[in-house]
Ligand binder design. Structure first.
Ligand SMILES: [Zn+2]
Length: 329
């Protein structure tokens, strides 16, 4: 195993100060950003009827909990708005579009692209990626451009990104030679991609020290076994394709839940039957509200995922609460 991981915690552990904002400052920031988000959401046809009947103003949002004044949003509602009813800015301000297989359309402005890069840099830097690393990206551009997201994070850190695809695919199909000859440090991949890489290499002696993997049942229950088999560390993160390709909740080196990036999103857990909020520590449906995204400000989006939020402080020093997924992921 790489020496790096024998020296935890790392020096300069945090990518930026937003990860360690004191809770009172975080709440203040969330409230300010929520007010701006509501103003943006009023431009979306999806919410026009709601705000016509409920003319809410800044004064109605005095705390993050006032998000409960806003309507819930479902994926079906988003699909009904396809395509151009889904963004809040003029067409020329859209910098990137991701079409999902199910018809979901995710739009980003240039600032949103930068935010995505920052969130992905947080997850990678916090688990050991450094500027002298080579990192292969074996994910493609589905799920709101996970490949793009990882590339932006790697390049923000100053590391080298090695996208696997196109003309590269043939070269990278001989992973033992390629990965080891360049001493590639890490890989961004799901467990199926990882299995392909290691089966091509005969499952032995790759230079890889770590893998950044989207969280899911196929890795949650057998991470230790996979790490032992492939002799690397597997770090988990979560995102929903209606928002970003990676980095909405990121694991720290202590591996006790994924830190929610609460300066960029508001997260709630609701009882899926009553739609009432449940306390931290109890399971329910994870609901997400955009705080900063410009192109598509989504209010209280129902992910359909069952999760538990842990608000106890984490010894890593990050102040974002931690999420654990129970089902539906
Ligand atoms: Zn932590």
């Amino acid at each position: 195993m790489a020496e790096l991981f024998d020296k935890l915690p790392f020096e300069n552990l945090y990518w930026n100060q937003m990860e360690t904002l004191p809770p009172s400052e975080l709440r203040e920031l969330q409230t300010l950003r929520l007010r701006r988000a509501v103003e943006r959401a009023k431009e979306l046809p999806l919410y026009r009827d709601f705000f016509a009947k409920n003319p809410l103003s800044d004064a109605d949002f005095q705390s993050p909990e006032d998000v409960r004044r806003l309507p819930l949003t479902t994926e079906t509602q988003l699909l009904d708005q396809y395509p151009a009813g889904l963004w809040t800015v003029p067409r020329h301000e859209i910098a990137r579009l991701y079409a999902q297989k199910n018809g979901l359309l995710t739009a980003l402005t240039r600032q949103d692209v930068q935010t995505q890069a920052d969130l992905t840099a947080r997850l990678m830097y916090g688990t050991g990626t450094r500027s002298n690393h080579f990192v292969q990206i074996s994910l493609n551009f589905d799920r709101a451009g996970a490949g793009f997201a990882y590339q932006a994070g790697i390049e923000s850190i100053g590391a080298a990104a090695i996208p696997q695809g196109g003309e590269n695919a043939e070269i990278l199909s001989a992973p033992t030679d390629f990965l080891n000859s360049l001493n590639v440090n890490g890989i961004c991949a799901d467990t199926k991609c990882l299995a392909d890489v290691f089966s091509g290499a005969g499952c032995q002696s790759l230079s890889l020290d770590y893998a950044h993997v989207p969280v899911g049942p196929e890795v949650l229950n057998r991470r230790g076994e996979l790490e032992d088999r492939w002799n690397l560390k597997i770090w988990l993160n979560w995102s929903h394709p209606a928002f970003f390709g990676a980095g909405m909740a990121n694991e720290c080196y202590l591996r006790c839940g994924l830190h929610l990036q609460e300066d960029v999103f508001l997260f709630e857990i609701l009882n899926p039957q009553t739609l009432e909020c449940v306390e931290d520590g109890l399971p329910g449906e994870l609901v997400v509200t955009d705080l900063t995204r410009e192109a598509q400000t989504l209010l209280r989006f129902r992910t359909g995922l069952t999760a538990v939020i842990n608000s106890a402080p984490c010894a890593c020093g990050r102040t974002g609460r931690r999420v654990t997924f129970v089902s539906g992921q």
